[in-house]
Each structure stands twice: as C-alpha cells, then as structure tokens.
Design a protein around this ligand. Structure first.
Ligand SMILES: Cc1cc2nc3c(=O)[nH]c(=O)nc-3n(C[C@H](O)[C@H](O)[C@H](O)COP(=O)(O)O)c2cc1C
Ligand SMILES: CC(C)CC(=O)C(=O)O
Length: 363
C-alpha cells in the first residue's frame, strides 16, 4: 500500500469508533474477495519500456459525465458523517480541488444538492455523479433521479450488484444496524410511499432487472453508468441497454464472497465491450502502481473507496486531499518509470503475471 494511505489508514483506525471502522473495513462472508482485490494486484507486474522520455505527462481523461484530471475517481461509499462531522461536504471539496469526480452515494449523510454545491464552491466546473440503487417502486426511482438532476449531477451510477445486501460478519458481531442519532441517509427523506427498509440495506430490491435500466434511460438524459459488472455477457447487455460506461466492481468485497478479484474480471469485460463504452475498475486500488496496472488492462480510470474514508476519518477534507494527491503523484511516477509519455502508453502487453512470465493476461 502507498505509505501515505497506510499512515492515514492507521490514523483513521485509531480515530474511529471500532464499530464504524469495521463497517467501513469489512467485507462479506469470510472476506475472501476483500483480500483478493488487493492480493490480485500484487500478483501482477508491469514491463517497463525504455528510452521513451517525456518531461511531463498528461494524466487527464474525459468520461461521459466529466473530465478527470487524473484517471481516478472516488467510488460511492455510504455514510461519510460516520467518519467526520463534515461528511460528504469535506469529501466533495477535496475531490473538486483535486480536479476529479466524486460519485456521491444514495446513502449519503448529506443531501445530494448540498454535496454538489460544496464541490462547485471549490470549482464551478466540478462534476459530481449520483449513485443509485434501483427501487422496486418506479416512483421512488424517479424521485431519486429527479433529486440528482435538480442538484446538478452530471451522471447517474446504477449499482447492479446488490439485489440483497451482503452478509457482513463484523457488523453482525457488533450488532450494527443503524446510524447513530443525528445522522440519516439524507437523500432518502420524504420519498413516495414512506421510508425504505433498514439503514444498512437501504432500498435494495431483489426484483431489479434490465427493465429498470430501460426505465432509467427514459427517466433521464444524463449519462448512465452500470456499476458492479463482472461477467462479460452482462457488459455486452449493458451496452445494448445504452449505458454510457461500465464499472467493473465486486463492491469492494462486500457482496458475493465468491466473486473474482475485480482486476481479474477486468480484461474479459474490456474485450467484450470492444471500446464502445469506457470501463472503470474499482476494488483494491491502494497505490499508483495499481492504477497503472488497471489502465494497462484496459480501464479508462479506477475508482477508490476505502482509502478516501480513511483520509476523511483521519483528517477531514485535508485527509481526503492527501489520499488523492498521493495516488496521483505515485501514479505519475510509475508511469514515468514504465516509459509512459501518457495514458495511451499503458497497454496490455506490459502486464506480466508474476511467477509465470506470461504477458497480456492476468490471474
Ligand atoms: C463502507 C462502504 C460503503 C459502500 N457503499 C456503497 C454504496 O452505497 N453504493 C455503492 O454502489 N457502492 C458502495 N460501496 C462500494 C464502493 O463503491 C466500491 O465498489 C468499493 O469500495 C471499491 O473497493 P475499495 O474500497 O477496495 O476501493 C461501499 C464500499 C464501502 C467500503
Ligand atoms: C447503505 C449500504 C447499502 C451501503 C453499501 O452499499 C455498503 O455498505 O456496501
């Protein structure tokens, strides 16, 4: 792990209520996938190219929904006010200052309108995306989409990997089911039909299907990203259903504990979509080298979840800023060491599976 991220993780662990630390850190089942997301990156290496110097490297990438100053965005994570009193406001400010995108969760502890306003106060051109769990009741889905649009979000990220909530042993052992008094999922207030389900499995629907994606396509003209895709055939279906982008993700190991590591699922999805839409990877990214490997395997960018929570818990807005700065700096350094003059120089032939010498594959 990047040393700044490791320092902030330790600081966050010391600062957080252990119950909330375990909610953030934990995974589903025996936490096999949680460990594999990071371990799979350690099994991959990058062959450097030589004598391809460049004084500086352009790290920017354009995606449907915004320009990223580096190929890294902040993945949606719930309940930032468990980490810091400023919650998503602090995250939004740091992410906007870093020139990248925050995907703000439906289960945020600050309403989406305030999150977007906080980002725009730092940078009027800042893009914030809204993450959505499609709902059983279409009126509720429509209401949430309208809230995202009214707030000024630039894209909607539809999470598809959570028909039911993963079983988290750490939360069960602590008896953690609800937010502490004074905190709430602010986007979920006053929805048609009244409050939805429990706090931790907020509004997940076991009936979600491709129909819901078609409905979303009709409800909004914002770019739609589909998050939680691992099977290449689902990636093709997603393109057929007119998504603007795909997020290869196993939800940070919090849903099926039988899923492969996210980076191991990435190449087949990239191949299946054949460049028709961009593919973002999240899960286990803990350093600039991981960003480089994911891009070499065909990701347009990566998403980062827990490290941002550690930065927030350790030091609020400044902590999130340090996480993003450290990842950008390390990624740029790795790119230079690999002979990369820009993102396009990260190609699949550079990727080697450690111990095999086989290039262009992973896993
Ligand atoms: C505490 C926590 C809460 C999360 N909440 C959400 C959520 O509300 N919606 C969602 O789509 N993904 C959620 N995720 C998954 C992240 O978007 C992302 O897929 C994952 O954190 C990436 O893995 P990483 O933490 O190893 O970077 C959550 C992850 C964590 C750790
Ligand atoms: C509120 C939860 C549904 C957030 C989530 O997706 C998670 O904790 O993994």
């Amino acid at each position: 792990m990047n040393t700044v991220l490791a320092e902030l993780h330790d600081k966050a662990r010391a600062a957080l209520d252990p119950v909330h630390y375990d909610y953030y850190a934990g995974g589903a089942g025996e936490e096999v996938v949680l460990g594999e997301n990071e371990a799979a990156f350690r099994r991959l290496a990058l062959l450097p190219r030589v004598l391809r110097g460049a004084a500086t490297r352009d790290l920017g990438v354009d995606l449907p929904g915004g320009h990223l100053g580096m190929p890294l965005l902040v993945a949606p994570t719930a309940f930032h006010r468990l980490a810091h009193p400023d919650g998503e406001l602090a995250t939004a400010r740091a992410v906007a200052a870093a020139g990248t995108v925050l995907v703000s969760g439906m289960a945020a502890t600050v309403a989406i309108g305030e999150v977007v306003a906080a980002a725009r106060a730092v940078d009027p051109a800042a893009s914030v995306w809204f993450q959505l769990y499609p709902q059983t009741d279409d009126d509720v889905t429509a209401c949430l989409v309208r809230r995202a649009e009214d707030a000024g979000c630039a894209a909607v990220v539809v999470t598809a990997d959570s028909p039911v909530f993963g079983r988290h042993r750490r939360d069960a052992e602590h008896g953690f089911h609800d937010l502490p008094p004074g905190l709430a999922a602010e986007n979920m207030r006053d929805l048609p039909g009244g409050p939805l389900g429990g706090t931790l499995d907020i509004g997940m629907s076991p009936t979600v299907s491709w129909r819901h994606l078609d409905l979303l396509r009709e409800l909004t003209s914002l770019p739609l990203w589909l998050k939680g895709v691992l099977h290449p055939e689902d990636a093709v279906l997603a393109v057929d259903h007119r998504v603007a982008g795909i997020v290869v993700s196993n939800h940070g190991g919090r849903q099926s504990d039988l899923a492969p590591a996210a980076v191991e699922a990435l190449p087949a999805v990239v191949d299946a979509v054949e460049g028709r839409v961009p593919v973002v990877l999240d899960g286990g990214v803990r350093g600039g080298g991981d960003v480089a490997v994911a891009l070499a395997l065909g990701a347009a960018a990566v998403g980062v979840g827990r490290p941002v929570l550690w930065g927030l818990a350790a030091d609020g807005e400044a902590g999130v800023a340090r996480v993003l700065d450290a990842l950008r700096d390390e990624f740029d350094h790795v790119l230079a060491l690999c002979g990369g003059r820009g993102l396009a120089d990260l190609t699949r032939d550079l990727v080697v599976t450690r111990g095999t010498g086989v290039t262009g594959r992973c896993g």
